[in-house]
Design a protein around this ligand. Structure first.
Ligand code: SF4
Ligand code: SF4
Length: 113
């Protein structure tokens, strides 16, 4: 017989009730450059599931008014966030239709735009 067990994790707050932050910058942070990606959507493959929009950690994608031939609204990059893609490639991994991919922008190209 299997007995269901529920586990609850309680986050203890320090005195005063303020949430403690554990985030820190790595010591060699200055040695690393965060890449910049250009988002490319293959409109005809998109089925508007919006996974790429929901799960982009930088929240740079939104649904557009543009529709493909099948009538699905395809995603687009939020205006002003064109250089915020960090090439994590999560959208590529998560898209069930292989309808989105990222091209890393070279530094020179980045300077021109
Ligand atoms: S590569 Fe990462 S940051 Fe760039 S659009 Fe895809 S999920 Fe967002
Ligand atoms: S995950 Fe793929 S199919 Fe879904 S909205 Fe994004 S590009 Fe379209």
């Amino acid at each position: 017989m299997i007995i269901p067990v529920s586990i609850s994790i309680v986050m203890a707050l320090p005195e005063g009730g303020e949430e403690k932050k554990y985030w820190r910058k790595p010591l060699d942070f200055h040695k690393h450059k965060v890449p910049i990606g250009k988002v490319i959507i293959i409109a005809e493959r998109c089925k508007a599931c919006n996974y790429c929009i929901e799960f982009c950690p930088k929240e740079i994608l939104v649904e557009s008014d543009e529709r493909n031939k099948k009538g699905y609204k395809i995603p687009k990059v939020v205006e002003g966030k064109e250089k915020e893609c960090i090439v994590c490639l999560h959208c590529e991994d998560i898209c069930p239709e292989f309808g989105i991919y990222i091209e890393e922008i070279e530094e020179e190209e980045d300077d021109e735009t």
